[in-house]
Design a protein around this ligand. Structure first.
Ligand code: NAD
Length: 257
């Protein structure tokens, strides 16, 4: 895949899936903008490391995507983009009647509204160039629900709705907009939960993964950040030029149940 000459903005990309997507886009030759809300030396070092590894320009831009103006500013500071991957996301688990209002608002802002803001700023440039790829990282929870995740499930279903709408508004213009819906992915965040789960359940690593964490994922295997990155690169390719306004599940069969 050759994405030379394309500039990609990946939100929430200093760890996990976002970083995996950024790596695969850089491997394919794209210029990449990494982002998170922090502004640490290691964030900028991550960018220079990727740049050295893949021989492409990689910049880190700080923006707190809970704020609409910073989400818009990210795309402006990048100088526009050809590829926009809305990946930043957070989670909070609580019963709906006890769900903290500030957490509800924060999840909706970061997981859903930030994509509205970045898309609104990125689209005019994509239209002018007659080419664009928007990929929203939703979730199996964009298609199904789980108890105690009302804000996350609502936001991810919203992302799928936004994806369909933008797919329609850009159809036939060289621009596609799709949502990738991962099941459980082995990110550092998920990896960090394994030792605790082993203690709580008195199980070994493999049993915790298979019986506790992946009980809803029929393959009983995690998806990897590389697989998510590869899916995004494919969506950026000419093979996927007629794939728009839809969802691609990378969930080991979760949503087939
Ligand atoms: P992660 O915590 O490793 O990554 C989240 C990223 O978002 C980080 O880079 C973080 O810094 C960034 N972020 C958080 N708040 C931000 C803010 N206010 N402004 C800017 N950036 C912010 O988690 P992950 O598992 O890699 O998740 C990435 C995306 O994939 C999320 O949207 C998540 O909902 C989705 N997802 C993950 C899984 C999974 O199993 N890991 C499954 C389905 C969907």
């Amino acid at each position: 895949m050759d994405l030379k000459g394309k500039r990609a903005v990946v939100t929430g990309s200093n760890s996990g899936i976002g970083l995996g997507v950024a790596e695969e886009l850089a491997r394919a030759g794209a210029e990449v903008i990494l982002n998170s809300f922090t502004n640490r030396e290691e964030d900028h070092a991550l960018a220079s490391g990727l740049s050295a590894r893949f021989g492409v320009t990689v910049r880190y831009i700080q923006a707190d995507l809970s704020k609409g103006e910073e989400a818009r500013g990210l795309v402006e500071q990048a100088g526009g983009c050809d590829i926009l991957v809305n990946n930043a996301g957070i989670q909070h688990v609580a019963a709906v009647e006890e769900f903290p209002v500030d957490q509800w608002n924060r999840i909706l802002a970061i997981n859903l509204s930030s994509a509205f803001h970045t898309i609104a700023v990125a689209l005019p440039g994509m239209r002018a160039r007659g080419w664009g790829r928007i990929v929203n990282i939703a979730s199996a929870h964009g298609l199904t629900a789980s108890p105690y995740k009302s804000a996350y499930v609502s936001a991810k279903h919203g992302v799928v709705g936004l994806t369909k709408t933008v797919g329609l508004e850009t159809a036939g213009q060289g621009i596609t907009c799709n949502a990738v819906c991962p099941g459980y992915v082995l990110t550092p965040l998920v990896e960090a939960q394994i030792p605790d789960q082993m203690k709580v359940h008195g199980m070994d690593r493999e049993t915790v993964i298979r019986e506790v964490m992946l009980q809803r994922q029929p393959s009983r295997q995690f998806a990897t950040t590389e697989q998510l990155g590869g899916t995004v690169v494919w969506l950026c390719s000419d093979y996927a030029a007629q794939v728009t306004g839809t969802t691609i599940s990378v969930d080991g069969g979760w949503t087939a149940l």
